[in-house]
Design a protein around this ligand. Structure first.
Ligand code: COA
Length: 152
């Protein structure tokens, strides 16, 4: 039985391992242990039998825009609905804090469509572009797809 809950300090090592595994395949950005500690209050985990099998976090840019980040599910536990449960939890959190829009820059278009997101353009998220993309080596030819969930 999978449980989705807020992350705790003892989860950090497992979260870091999951993210690093996918970051090495260049499907998402790496996170340092320090950044995980700093952002742990915005992080949720999926847990089965006390083992962390997935995580996702919420980053807020301003009153309009937030981003789902570091969404990963243990490859051994894929396609069992865990990723969608994590996204649903982030959407709930976005509703609770009354943000307007939740975004994702991703290669997983079909997955996010199944979670209620739609494809959009990066021009609709200047907060993201000017705070993160501007410093990203992918910037001139980024092939990630911008997706949005309208919370309000
Ligand atoms: C993307 C990811 C989080 C999906 O997690 P998951 O637990 O396998 O997804 P779910 O089982 O909850 O899938 C929900 C739905 O999306 C579909 N889906 C999941 N991955 C898919 C994919 N790669 N392509 C097409 N459909 C997909 C599922 O079949 C399911 O459809 P259904 O509701 O019709 O049965 C996981 O594959 C992952 O960690 N990928 C690597 C990291 C990554 O790319 N993260 C996103 C960064 S933005």
């Amino acid at each position: 039985m999978v449980e989705i809950r807020k992350a705790k300090v003892p989860d950090i090592e497992a979260i870091h391992e999951l993210i690093t595994g996918y970051a090495e395949q260049k499907v998402l950005l790496p996170r340092t242990i320090e950044s995980l500690y700093q952002n742990i209050q915005a992080m949720f985990v999926a847990v089965i039998d006390e083992q962390v099998v997935g995580c996702a976090s919420l980053t807020i840019f301003d009153h309009q825009l937030a981003e789902i980040r570091s969404l990963v599910v243990d490859p051994k536990m894929g396609k069992k609905g865990i990723g969608k449960l994590l996204v649903d939890q982030i959407v709930e959190e976005a509703k609770r804090i009354e943000i307007d829009r939740l975004i994702s820059l991703t290669y997983q278009v079909e997955f996010f469509q199944k979670c209620g997101f739609e494809v959009t353009v990066k021009d609709s998220m200047p907060q993201k572009v000017w705070s993160d993309c501007i410093n990203c080596p992918k910037m001139p030819s980024c092939d990630e797809i911008a997706m949005v969930y309208y919370v309000k």
